[in-house]
Design a protein around this ligand. Structure first.
Ligand SMILES: Nc1ncnc2c1ncn2[C@@H]1O[C@H](COP(=O)(O)OP(=O)(O)OP(=O)(O)O)[C@@H](O)[C@H]1O
Ligand SMILES: [Mg+2]
Length: 417
């Protein structure tokens, strides 16, 4: 662990934390203990603006600056029954605005928005608030949540996002309620691919961003289960020039942070790949990355699951029972192999997110082929538009863990739930 100070987590679910040496203070989180090395107030101007990149990154429409009163009206005074969820930095409420004027609208009319209201009594979220506004203003991609606006007024800090009707992947995987039916295997693969494309875009030369907080609660779903990444408060510009990594205060979420990042503070895009591997294991098993309610040897999902992931035969034993056997065994084995590669202890041995996306596309094509009658396959067209955005269509071979090397397959039909 080097000189990193690792906090004890109180909850059974992963919580948002700053792992830091030295002084720490509590950040009123309902979900868990959030620790920060710094409690000083950071002024808006002291947070450097991320340098803008050209092309499509700048083509997104500028987020609107809302007044606090506008957002109070849009959310009906932040009524408890508008609460969508709560995270380490505050609560998220549902609201309504006019789609043209962006003025507050009657509930049920106009555009639905999600308003994140940072805890005003704590200014530790201010830096993250600024970072999020900066990144989401500059980055635009179908797999990143859209920032519609923000509010900076006196002590108030709010963020206004597009509303994601199906909420977070975390809720779908782990909440037990009639509202959340178990996700099918094909939906899990679709979500993994969408989230992977979002990360691959962030790592691309166009964006050069390390996300640093990849986890199921930050993967939001639209009505068709298209995944979008949210929460850019911890994002960081990737290394520039000859540097191979960025050195930072170690921040992130228990159970998801890469081991070398935890021990040295050296941050690379491969740290995100590790976190992606953790989420793949959560998708396979339906278990949380950290859960203190499990027997002690199973508290840490990855440590416990690794031997099973490495065995084609044994991986079936850790599959989510809520799938009720309704999954492709070959697909599960290959996904487990891919997860193992992402979870490699040596960052260099992990695949890039581009390679992960290609491997997931191959897996999805294979699932489609299994599900589609041969006659239909013959007549189906090319699935070009569903491919990774801005992904090179070059052939990349990715070892998917069963000793075989997966090669690109002919494209098949669209994936349906
Ligand atoms: N744009 C959105 N549309 C719909 N629901 C949302 C949206 N943004 C957030 N939510 C809901 O609010 C919850 C809380 O989100 P938030 O990002 O504040 O915290 P978190 O991701 O759970 O934890 P952390 O603070 O560690 O990131 C999410 O899990 C999700 O259910
Ligand atoms: Mg979040």
């Amino acid at each position: 662990m080097g000189n990193c100070w690792v906090a004890e987590v109180k909850t059974d679910s992963p919580s948002h934390v700053v792992f830091a040496s030295g002084r720490n203070s509590k950040h009123g989180s309902k979900k868990g203990t959030v620790l920060s090395a710094s409690s000083r107030r950071v002024s808006a101007s002291s947070v450097p603006l991320t340098p803008g990149s050209e092309g499509e990154i700048l083509s997104s429409s500028k987020p609107k600056s809302f007044t606090f009163s506008e957002l109070r009206t849009a959310t009906r005074n932040f009524r408890p029954d508008s609460l969508l969820g709560e995270g380490g930095f505050g609560a998220v409420f549902k609201g309504w605005i006019d789609e043209h004027t962006f003025a507050a609208a009657k509930p049920g009319t106009g555009l639905i928005i999600a308003v994140k209201k940072l805890n005003p009594e704590s200014f530790q979220g201010h830096r993250e608030w600024m970072t999020e506004v900066n990144y989401l203003t500059q980055l635009s991609h179908p797999n990143l949540v859209k920032l519609i606006g923000y509010c900076l007024e006196d002590e108030q800090r709010l963020l206004v996002y597009e509303f994601m009707p199906r909420g977070s992947l975390e809720n779908h995987l782990f909440r037990r309620s009639p509202y959340y039916r178990p996700l099918s295997w094909s939906l899990r693969m679709k979500i993994a691919l969408g989230a992977g494309r979002g990360l691959a875009f962030l790592h691309s030369d166009k964006a050069k961003v390390i996300y640093r907080d990849f986890k199921t609660s930050n993967v939001l779903l639209d009505s068709n289960y298209n995944a979008k990444l949210s929460d850019f408060g911890l994002a960081k510009d990737g290394p520039s020039g000859s540097k191979s990594h960025v050195s930072t205060r170690v921040m992130g979420t228990y159970g998801y942070a890469a081991p070398e990042y935890l021990s040295t503070g050296h941050l690379t895009a491969k740290s995100d790949v590790y976190s992606f591997g953790v989420v793949l294991v959560e998708l396979l098993t339906g278990q949380r990355a950290i859960d203190k309610n499990r027997p002690s040897e199973e508290h840490n999902l990855v440590e416990w699951a690794k031997p099973y992931l490495a065995s084609k035969r044994r991986v079936i034993r850790i599959m989510d029972s809520r799938l009720q056997g309704q999954y492709s065994v070959a697909g599960a084995q290959r996904t487990a192999g891919l997860a193992l590669q992402c979870l490699s202890m040596q960052a260099k041995r992990r695949p890039s997110m581009d390679q992960v996306v290609i491997a997931l596309e191959q897996l999805q094509d294979a699932t489609d082929m299994e599900r589609t009658p041969k006659t239909e396959l013959k007549s189906s067209g090319h699935r070009g538009s569903d491919r990774a955005h801005n992904m090179p269509r070059r052939k990349i071979s990715v070892d998917v863990g069963d000793g075989k090397v997966a090669r690109p397959r002919p494209a098949a039909s669209h994936l349906n739930a």
